[in-house]
Ligand binder design. Structure first.
Ligand SMILES: NC(=O)c1ccc[n+]([C@@H]2O[C@H](COP(=O)([O-])OP(=O)(O)OC[C@H]3O[C@@H](n4cnc5c(N)ncnc54)[C@H](OP(=O)(O)O)[C@@H]3O)[C@@H](O)[C@H]2O)c1
Length: 312
């Protein structure tokens, strides 16, 4: 038997329940993975609470990112063996003891990359990498990242620094050292942000990525940069649509393009390789059991530092 976290109706954290199901077996082109850690992402809570639309009818399983050990290899899958350490993205129900998913969403975890680190990559690294590729970030850019201390923001800082850009990233005072350690210039978010960014970048910024979605971030961004094609949000897509800015979903009416989806998929092997070589890092936070999945989502929504994980 396997255990999965699911919910029958949208609502608060109390709608999440742990149920026992038959251990899943992989079909052709699939792998079964024993989950050692699943990443908690803000979208998990947004789907559970009805802020983002759910597909079809319930019950719905929760969590998409994780890492663990290959349990079984489906017909036609090459390159994996039972017992291989792996990380994955795009699962339906990663908060579980076992998961089955298409093999093209699973990647071998190099030596030195723990299950916790691998589980922290999927959505944050995929979104950050795709957003920077879509904005065409390169070495002559001065990039402003709103929410540089979050999971997506930290990934974005690291990719942008590797692309050679000068990076300024907004943060609370408490997280400024982490942002600096990753290679960005920290700037406190909140009232007066425009002035602080211009102090840090007297010649202005050439691209802006919003990973925070807080009140006023898009208005501040328009004050700082005339070129709307180089201002993007991943959080408040509907507002970006109204303002003529770019959005990579986050509630935008414009779905991700095939190229953008391809960049999201490309990010995980890139991040795993960089991490194994010591060029990419994730900040790990608290770990929760399957029974504590609601508490984990609430902690994520309350700004708990680091990547929160479910360890079944
Ligand atoms: N469109 C997509 O495909 C997509 C993909 C991934 C994530 N997202 C969305 O992107 C957002 C970030 O995700 P995440 O996983 O990085 O979340 P996270 O780890 O919880 O990070 C949240 C960030 O927001 C910052 N923040 C909080 N209050 C702020 C304020 N008033 N002004 C400016 N920044 C503020 C936090 O800074 P401090 O911690 O320093 O306070 C932190 O850097 C979420 O809304 C998520 O749903 C969208």
């Amino acid at each position: 038997m396997a255990k999965v976290v699911q919910f029958q109706q949208v609502g608060g954290p109390e709608v999440l329940e742990v149920v026992e199901v038959d251990a899943p077996t992989p079909g052709p082109g699939q792998l079964a993975v024993s989950v050692e850690a699943a990443g908690v992402n803000p979208v998990d809570r947004k789907l559970r609470s009805g802020i983002r639309p759910l597909p079809g009818d319930g019950p719905w399983r929760t969590g998409s990112d994780g890492a663990g050990i290959v349990l079984a290899v489906g017909e036609g899958v090459d390159g994996f063996r039972e017992g291989d350490p792996v990380a994955f993205f795009g699962a339906v129900g990663a908060y579980a003891t076992d998961v089955v998913l298409d093999a093209d969403r699973v990647f071998l975890r190099p030596a030195g990359v723990s299950a916790a680190q691998g589980a922290a990559l999927g959505i944050p690294a995929g979104t950050a990498y795709q957003a920077l590729r879509s904005l065409g970030i390169r070495e002559d850019d001065t990039l402003l990242i709103h929410g540089g201390s979050g999971a997506v923001g930290q990934a974005a800082i690291q990719f942008a620094v590797l692309f050679g850009a000068h990076v300024i990233a907004t943060t609370s005072d408490a997280r400024a050292d982490r942002v600096r350690d990753l290679g960005a210039e920290p700037v406190r978010y909140g009232d007066g942000l425009t002035g602080r960014v211009l102090d840090a970048a007297p010649d202005g910024v050439s691209a802006i990525l919003d990973c925070a979605g807080a009140d006023g971030v898009l208005e501040t961004s328009i004050e700082l940069l005339d070129d709307k094609s180089r201002i993007a949000t991943i959080v408040i897509g509907a507002k970006a649509d109204e303002l003529g800015l770019r959005a990579f979903a986050g509630g935008s009416a414009k779905p991700l393009t095939p190229q953008q989806l391809a960049w999201r998929a490309e990010a995980m092997p890139v991040a795993l390789a960089l991490m194994a070589a010591g060029y990419f890092d994730v900040e790990l936070g608290a770990q929760f059991s399957l029974d504590e999945a609601g508490a984990a989502q609430t902690a994520n929504d309350s700004g708990a530092p680091g990547k929160l994980l479910i360890a079944p």
